[in-house]
Design a protein around this ligand. Structure first.
Ligand code: PMP
Length: 418
């Protein structure tokens, strides 16, 4: 018999058997505080009873229901309910299964609707692993190298990553917008540019928030040139940043919004939302997929939305996120090796640097491993792998934040004194 193994990168040796709220339990029933939330997927916590009940009921009623032939009720209800949380101008939605697929849908929509070929993305971007999405991903060569030829028609402009440049935010923002204008003058003419594709907070790129001047600068240029502003809210949506959408922090109006992860508390579901007139240019029939808008995932998403609203999880993300940020900043203030703590709501990163300010992935990983040993699960990110991120489920309590901070303090002590 062949000795099979799954092709997966696993950051810690932990194999989990079950989850409950912000906790995961391994096969020996050892409890871990999960501050990865499945990379932000379990917005309502692991196995929230309301989400479980909705999914169980739906499984026993109708599992799939391919909606290119017939429509099903959970998809219709979810569509209606999304109207409660989507920006008003985005009045049409299309469902698929993963963030990458939704990004591909947004790409096709942008090209279709504008009849222009090129997409501008921003340094440090992550939009997924399918070839189109990977071609628009600039947060690490590992996502692209060896896959050539990758998709053409992608131009890259700076993101206002002030810490990396060693500038203040205003200088970094002015630079980024000036370089964008230069790009539009030298590389991709506005008449060739379909969309700006941007994350409100760089995710895999190291948890770097955009800012109001930058996002409004994109909006203003998009309006001037007939370019679409597409926000990738796969990580930042559904309350993660302490507002329902990440772009809500920046008072900016997107033309297309991409969402996944937190949307269905771990069930595979993603969506793009756009103005109906834009969407109509690319549909019907130009997009689709066997499992997209699966009835069970839609039922889970409806329950997720109920839980987020009734348990006031967006407010909780803001309040407990502020407590977590304060605690992380205290740890960083006592640790020369942590150069920056940043993020919004419950989407926070700790950047590890060497004494001369270079990215220090080794220490970040040591802290991550030690934290796992001590019962706190964390992920790293950033182009250099030197940012440890904290993204607990939105149901996390202040006490659980304090427990995580106690472990983090010990893990950082261990990692930086090694
Ligand atoms: N966009 C962003 C901002 C992401 O963070 C991710 C996943 N980390 C994706 C797209 C791709 O999502 P998926 O893994 O579901 O394909």
């Amino acid at each position: 018999m062949a000795n099979l193994s799954p092709l997966l990168k696993q950051a810690t040796p932990v194999t989990v058997a079950r989850g409950e709220g912000v906790y995961l339990y391994d096969e020996d029933d050892r409890r871990f505080l999960d501050f990865t939330a499945g990379i932000g997927v379990t917005s309502t916590g692991h196995c929230h009873p309301r989400v479980v009940a909705a999914a169980q009921e739906q499984v026993a009623t109708l599992i799939h229901g391919q909606y290119t032939t017939v429509m099903h009720r959970p998809l219709l209800t979810l569509t209606e309910r999304l109207g409660e949380v989507l920006p008003e101008q985005l009045d049409s939605v299309f469902f698929s299964n993963s963030g990458s697929e939704a990004v591909e849908a947004a790409l096709r929509l942008a090209r279709h609707a504008t009849a222009r070929p090129n997409i501008v993305v921003f340094h440090g971007s992550f939009h997924g692993r399918t070839i189109g999405a990977a071609s628009m991903t600039t947060s690490g060569t590992k996502f692209r190298a060896g896959f050539s030829p990758i998709m053409g028609g992608v131009a890259v402009s700076p993101f206002p990553t002030a810490y990396r440049y060693g500038w203040d935010e205003q200088t970094a923002t002015e630079f980024a917008l000036r370089e964008l204008d230069y790009l539009l003058a030298t590389v991709t003419a506005p008449a060739e540019t379909a969309a700006f594709l941007v994350e409100p907070v760089l995710g895999e790129g190291g948890y770097v928030p955009a800012n109001t001047a930058f996002m409004q600068g994109l909006r203003e240029r998009a309006d001037r040139h007939g370019i679409l502003l597409v926000v990738d809210e796969v990580q930042t949506g559904w309350g993660r940043t302490g507002r329902f959408w990440g772009h809500d922090h920046f008072d900016v109006r997107p033309d297309v919004l991409v969402t996944a992860k937190g949307l269905a508390s771990g069930f595979p579901l993603s969506a793009i939302a756009a103005r109906a007139d834009l969407m109509a240019k690319a549909w019907p029939g130009s997009q689709g997929g066997t499992y997209g808008g699966n009835a069970v995932a839609c039922a889970a998403a409806i329950a997720t939305l109920d839980v987020i609203r009734e348990e006031r999880l967006v407010d909780n993300a803001r309040v407990t996120g502020a407590a977590l940020a304060e605690g992380l900043e205290k740890v960083a203030a006592n640790t020369a090796g942590i150069g920056d703590v940043r993020g919004l709501g419950l989407m926070l990163g700790n950047e590890f640097v060497t004494a001369d300010g270079q990215p220090d992935a080794a220490t970040a990983q040591r802290a991550q491993q030690k934290a796992a040993e001590l019962g706190l699960l964390l992920l790293t990110c950033g182009p250099f792998g030197n940012v440890v991120r904290m993204i607990p489920a939105l149901v996390v309590t202040k006490e659980q934040v304090d427990d995580a901070l106690a472990i983090w303090t010990d893990a950082v002590d261990f990692a930086t004194s090694a």
